[in-house]
Design a protein around this ligand. Structure first.
Ligand code: NAD
Ligand code: ZN
Length: 375
């Protein structure tokens, strides 16, 4: 789940005092084309000694490309290429942490994640686990991390998830797919360089960008909406419309989608996602369908919940000549459908945001199964 525990219901009401949640934000961000080349200067003051390396976790799509020569490696820094073919797992995080701890005598000076949501989430989780005992699976949930993470930097190379600003890292664990939601998850530094998204394949550009669009629709139409979330959600939605329905040149489009992702993430930070994310989570749990495309597959069938959003989505699909796959759930058994609906319905805050406190009376296993069967 890529959303934070809802805030409004966590508010503690007493006779005299209302306690609102106090969220951390990314304290430092550089934005601009070519800004990646400032990374070396940014890291320098963070380096504790020549023995305390910076560890760069980089999407392996960049292996053997010129981009690698721009990564500012010095001393005993380590570059680790990681495939984003599968979404991050707790076992993968634990293995990375063990290897780093074995290979270096000193704690790293920094963990730098370069890639999409997959690499950003891995970097966040590794940074947390280098300073906290046990398995990353122990920390899936809300506010279970007790010690600050190692300094960590997020550098997105594809736009949409908002993982660059969120206080969660979504991991598939032995028992569940759930984020490590904590104040220590948030990046210490983000570099937003729109040029890094140049090589993204068109389908993936659409699916990950639609994650942002769906964040906006779910946040703006949710019962948890507030002025903070609305202001970010509206801006992100307007940018998504420019990118997917407008006539921008490619540079402008990259820049605007990067900022849409940021604002979309800010919007759900102080509200919540909704039906599409709850159902996409079920789809992903049973079939391993990835986040962006999973959201799209579900969202196209949610006219009942988000009529205007779904109409806009279909316009974007048509304008961008995207052909969504079909027959995804065709061979599933009743047991599979049961698991899928159970997992989706367990996302209570998402349903409450989408449909209000009485959501249980609107939604049923049978209804969700009917929607899943259309996919
Ligand atoms: P991704 O990181 O999974 O990457 C998708 C594909 O794009 C991969 O094949 C990758 O190699 C490729 N790619 C990335 N940058 C590229 C580039 N510049 N050129 C060419 N190819 C490139 O994609 P994503 O959609 O950004 O992330 C999905 C993940 O993010 C999921 O694991 C999801 O759970 C997570 N997520 C996290 C949050 C959060 O707040 N932490 C929010 C939403 C989603
Ligand atoms: Zn999402």
């Amino acid at each position: 789940m890529d959303s934070n525990k809802q805030n409004v219901r966590e508010t503690v009401n007493t006779k005299t005092k209302v306690q609102h949640r106090n969220f951390p934000m990314v304290p430092r961000v550089v934005y601009g084309k070519g800004s990646f080349d400032q990374l070396g200067d940014i890291l320098m003051p963070q380096r504790k000694s020549s023995e305390a390396p910076c560890v760069f976790l980089v999407d392996d799509v960049f292996e053997d490309t010129d981009f690698v020569t721009r990564i500012p490696l010095i001393f005993n820094d380590r570059l680790v290429f990681i495939s984003a073919d599968e979404e991050p797992k707790t076992a993968q995080v634990d293995a990375l942490v063990e290897k780093i701890s074995q290979d270096f005598e000193e704690l790293p000076s920094g963990i730098i994640g370069i890639g999409g949501g997959t690499l950003l989430d891995l970097a966040k989780a590794v940074a947390i686990m280098l300073n906290n005992e046990g398995s990353s699976a122990d920390y899936q949930g809300w506010d279970l991390v007790s010690k600050p993470s190692v300094y960590h930097v997020g550098i997105p190379t594809i736009s949409g998830t908002g993982a660059e600003i969120s206080r969660t890292t979504v991991l598939l664990g032995p028992e569940r797919k759930l984020g490590i939601n904590s104040d220590y998850t948030i990046f210490d530094q983000v570099i937003l360089d729109p040029d890094l998204t140049q090589g993204v394949p068109k389908d993936q550009w659409f699916y990950t960008g639609m994650d942002c669009f769906i964040h906006c629709i779910e946040s703006l139409n949710g019962t948890f909406l507030n002025a903070f979330s609305e202001s970010h959600g509206e801006k992100a939605l307007a940018l998504c419309k420019e990118v997917y329905l407008g006539d921008l040149d490619v540079n402008e489009s990259r820049e605007k989608l990067m900022m849409a992702s940021w604002h979309g993430g800010m919007s759900i930070a102080y509200s919540q996602v909704g039906v599409a994310h709850a159902m996409s989570y079920g789809l992903s749990y049973v079939l391993g369908v990835r986040h962006g495309i999973g959201n799209c597959l579900v969202f196209q069938h949610l006219e009942e919940f988000y009529p205007e959003g779904v109409a806009l989505f279909k316009q974007m699909v048509a304008q961008q000549n995207i052909v969504l796959p079909t027959g995804i759930t065709a061979s599933l058994s009743d047991t599979d459908f049961d698991t899928m609906t159970r997992v989706a319905m367990s996302m209570e805050p998402l349903w409450e945001n989408a449909l209000g406190k009485d959501w249980c009376n609107t939604i049923s296993h049978a209804k969700l199964k009917t929607i899943y069967q259309k996919i």
